[in-house]
Design a binder for this molecule. Structure first.
Ligand code: UD1
Length: 421
């Protein structure tokens, strides 16, 4: 059982070496959902081997699609799609299962699914998704804890989100590509994963403009075919490994990374005192063999702001830097679940609502920790690399939802980390 496995880290080793960045989880999941819309075979390259991606593949199979994985290539074919229902068990496996809703309504004009599961980092409502589908002509009702959606015909319309939502923007794109007329999304999320989804759908025959800006236009088309597509590099895994390099005052060369998508993160690492250089061909080099200091204020915000997903590993780093950092978490209200665990290692962090104040200390000491969510778990790994003695992290299944072979990656650059019980 993965629940009983632990990551065991003996901290204090400097990280030095090269890490190949995995494909982006947050791009692969909507892309897998998008394949529901395609009549014909799709080949997704650089698809990370993660439990969340496996869950998405199980949903595709349950819907009647073929879905095969060979290493990091996933081949799907939705030509024989036979169902528009997702069972509660499959929905609960991950939050992103809600992304299948737009694809199923777009393809079948109906769907039935239960409320999604996932990390508990806040209430994570889906009202923007449902309101947008209603505006496009869908009828939605709740029945015995399930969302039942029917739409004889989906029509393009103007949708304005109160705040940019990554999932809702993706869901509307998926519903709109085969809808009648033009859909315009205002206050759309601008995350790089939105651009990846638009590029994929356009390659399949969709007409989407403006992805990466606050306004996206989608002109409905009659059909989408499959295509071959390479999932973008994971900017959050990349940011995590840069934090791991920095916390050990080491040197890391990331390969297969996307430096542009790391633009909100790199200036923070530079402000801390790390040297960071990007090379062509997706390499990013970080050197932290120098005196580092705490950044004064980190505020998470929608892209191009500092990503909420990189906040926990950065907080672990800041907990070891001279000076005080104030974190303001503006996206999810419950994203400080890692704080109590970091304090067990000796970190000095106080949380008040959405603000966390981190006072750097010069030593942490290993302890028994439990991961409570994906990025919080990554923060514990990051801190464990610095802490003296042994840190054991339980509930590694959370970490494995988003990091492909984190143990192997960190071990290959000199960390003392292994699985045990
Ligand atoms: C996605 C990412 C997640 C990341 C988050 C923010 C995936 C699979 N997950 O999550 O890793 O942390 O973006 O960058 O890509 N909101 C509502 N109503 C809604 C939808 C969202 O109020 O219907 C609010 C949320 O509570 C949150 C904010 O909007 O405060 C942004 O959330 P959103 O961008 O939707 O996050 P996810 O798509 O769930």
């Amino acid at each position: 059982m993965s629940e009983q496995r632990r990551l065991i880290i003996r901290g204090g080793r400097r990280i030095e070496g090269e890490i190949r960045v995995q494909g982006a989880k947050n791009s692969a999941l909507p892309l897998l959902a998008a394949t529901v819309l395609c009549k014909g075979q799709t080949e997704l390259y650089n698809c990370p081997r993660l439990s969340d991606c496996d869950a998405a593949c199980r949903i595709l199979t349950a819907l009647g699609c073929t879905c095969r994985r060979e290493n990091n290539v996933v081949c799907t074919d939705a030509s024989a799609l036979k169902s528009s229902e997702i069972s509660e068990k499959l929905m609960r496996e991950m939050r992103s299962s809600i992304i299948f809703m737009g694809a199923l309504i777009g393809r079948c004009g109906q769907c039935r699914l239960s409320f999604p599961g996932g990390c508990e980092i806040g209430t994570r409502p889906i009202d923007f998704h449902l309101d947008a589908f209603r505006r496009m002509g869908a009828k939605i009702r709740e029945e015995h804890g399930c969302i039942v959606c029917t739409a004889a015909k989906l029509r393009g319309t103007v949708i304005t989100f109160p705040v940019p939502s990554v999932g809702a923007t993706e869901n509307v794109m998926l519903a709109a590509v085969l809808a009648e007329g033009v859909t315009e999304i205002h206050n759309a999320a601008r995350e790089p994963e939105i651009c990846d989804l638009a590029a994929f759908l356009n390659k399949c025959g969709a007409r989407i403009n403006g992805a990466g800006t606050g306004t996206i236009q989608i002109e409905g088309v009659k059909r989408l075919d499959g295509c071959r597509f390479t999932v973008m590099p994971d900017r959050i895994a990349a940011a995590t490994y840069l934090c791991c390099g920095a916390i050990t005052r080491g040197e890391v060369l990331l390969t297969h990374a996307d430096i542009q998508s790391l633009e909100p993160v790199i200036p923070v690492l530079e402000q801390i005192g790390c040297s960071v250089y990007g090379f062509g061909g997706g390499s990013v080099y970080l050197n932290a063999r120098k005196t580092l200091k705490a950044p004064a204020h980190i505020r998470t915000a929608p892209y191009p702001g500092f990503p909420t997903d990189a906040q926990p590993p950065l907080m672990a780093l800041c907990a070891t830097l001279p000076g005080t950092t104030m974190f303001s978490e503006t996206i999810f209200e419950n994203r400080y679940r890692h704080v109590s665990e970091l304090t067990r290692l000796g970190a000095r962090i106080k949380v008040e609502g959405r603000v966390a104040v981190v006072e750097g200390v010069d030593r942490l000491s290993g302890a028994e920790l439990e991961a409570g969510d994906l990025r919080g778990g990554a923060a514990m790994v990051t801190a464990g690399l610095f802490a003296e003695g042994i840190t054991r992290i339980g509930h590694v299944c959370y970490i494995e939802r988003g990091y492909e072979d984190i143990e192997g990656c960190l071990r290959s650059v000199g960390a003392d980390i292994h699985y045990g019980s």
